[in-house]
Design a protein around this ligand. Structure first.
Ligand SMILES: C[S@@+](CC[C@H](N)C(=O)[O-])C[C@H]1O[C@@H](n2cnc3c(N)ncnc32)[C@H](O)[C@@H]1O
Length: 436
């Protein structure tokens, strides 16, 4: 039988039964490992899976990840000595990805630890910090004393600016984010973040003598130590980077001389109405990448599949116009069925695939002939209507001239029996085929 990368039958039909949830094939498998584990962000996918795909790479490989997210693909490439460029539309994720890809010298870890010791003292300062983020209902996220201590640490990292150039303040920002999210009244029990029912700080850390100041100072020092120590784990050895850009216009986003990628390993947003901006808001507000709700919605509207804030109202007036038909036989029927339950959702799915079609058309122009592409995608269900996301991707690639299209089922995603994750494997056409 024709089997795929993960020993499962390759299929374009409904997924094989008996594929359980396999945590090593999700971001959960990355959490303990060096820079991959810095922040636990739900957009991330499995390092194990990326490494399996990179086993096919030869010495001339140049990898592209058009949806970089937390930078799993470029970091895996960088630590294996494989060149890689990545693109993301979210400036916070571009910063995070590039920080992960930075080579630090031996002195950096020591500088992080010593700066953290100095800054942690600020958590005890009773004076209010000059600044705290304008996050909607911030009091739901942190109680007053915790917020006070966090704001003092954040202020200590931002000022003075002398550590900025060396990357020390960026690394301290990662340590800060770990503490900020660990002490927030949010839970990660579900696919996305939600507020906990009772109690600020979720009882994650017991209150020591000295109150919130001592608790936050201790947590910050521990986090800074972890970040500093992680720098030695599988450090990057190849030049890789993440650029800010729109994967629907890769020609504009990528450096002109380097548009000959031999492989694409990526995971685009899924059409499941999960908003990355919603998830990433606390990080983005604290680090200054967002300052108000309107900007959050506008950024989510630019992202494929975004649904946060004004992205929803803009979708209300959206009409198909971009790249013509979606070449999947049942596509119009599926959109009609979803729209019958909820018109906005029908529009959401339609726009999602128009955007993906735009991406695939722009991708072809930056690939070397015969380049292999691996898209990790998940299917969705809207009320009673199944959305065979993997099948629509396969059809879009075929329509754009890609060859050797096949779909591999890799794991069950949730407790819902129909929801799976797939790899859509395709190849860019060879030179001969391109000419025809
Ligand atoms: C599923 S996540 C990628 C996860 C990544 N593989 C990882 O391990 O972290 C999808 C990413 O696509 C980005 N994105 C959405 N629309 C985009 C666009 N038009 N251009 C570039 N990136 C986009 C989102 O910001 C998000 O980071």
């Amino acid at each position: 039988m024709n089997t795929g990368l993960f020993g499962q039958p390759l299929t374009t039909a409904s997924p094989a039964t008996g594929l359980g949830r396999r945590d090593h094939l999700t971001f959960r498998g990355n959490v303990a490992l060096g820079r991959y584990g810095w922040l636990r962000l739900t957009p991330a996918y499995s390092l194990h899976l990326v490494r399996e795909l990179l086993k096919q790479s030869g010495p001339d490989e140049i990898v592209l990840d058009p949806f970089s997210g937390t930078g799993t693909t470029p970091l895996a490439c960088a630590s294996l000595g494989i060149r890689c460029d990545a693109v993301d539309i979210n400036p916070f994720l571009v910063w995070l990805g590039n920080l992960k890809l930075t080579r630090f010298d031996d002195g950096t870890a020591r500088a992080v630890k010593s700066a953290a010791t100095r800054i942690a003292e600020k958590a005890h300062d009773p004076r209010p910090a000059a600044w705290k983020p304008d996050l909607h209902q911030i009091e739901k996220w942190w109680d007053g004393p915790t917020l006070h201590a966090l704001a003092a640490i954040c202020d200590g990292i931002r000022n003075p600016k002398r550590e900025r150039a060396s990357g020390v303040s960026d690394l301290l920002s990662i340590a800060f984010c770990r503490v900020m999210i660990q002490t927030a009244n949010v839970s990660f029990g579900h696919q996305s973040m939600s507020f906990k029912r009772n109690g600020a700080n979720g009882g994650l850390l017991a209150e020591p003598p000295g109150g919130a100041g001592a608790r936050i100072a201790a947590a910050f020092l521990a986090a800074a130590d972890e970040v500093a120590d992680s720098l030695q784990v599988e450090p990057p050895t190849a030049q890789c980077r993440v650029v800010l850009g729109d994967s629907r216009d890769l020609g504009a986003a990528l450096p002109a001389g380097k548009r000959r990628y031999t492989a694409v390993i990526t995971s685009p947003p899924y059409p499941n109405r999960m908003s990355y901006i919603r998830e990433l808001r606390p990080y983005m507000y604290w680090l200054g990448y967002l300052s108000d709700g309107r900007a959050a919605g506008e950024l989510d509207w630019k992202a494929i599949g975004g649904t946060w804030g004004c992205a929803t109202s803009l979708l209300n007036t959206w009409t198909p116009n971009g790249h013509g038909e979606i070449p999947f036989p049942q596509f119009d029927r599926i959109i009609r069925d979803i729209s019958a339950g909820h018109a906005l959702l029908g529009r959401y799915v339609h726009k999602y695939f128009e955007d993906i079609k735009g991406h695939i058309l722009s991708l072809r122009k930056v690939l070397a002939p015969g380049a292999r592409c691996h898209y990790i995608v998940g299917n969705s269900k809207f009320y009673d209507t199944m959305l065979p996301v993997e099948g629509v991707y396969a059809a879009l690639f075929e329509d754009a001239g890609f060859v050797d299209v096949r779909v591999e089922t890799i794991r069950k995603r949730t407790s819902k029996k129909e929801l799976y994750e797939f790899i859509v494997h395709v190849r860019a056409p060879s030179l001969a085929r391109r000419a025809t």
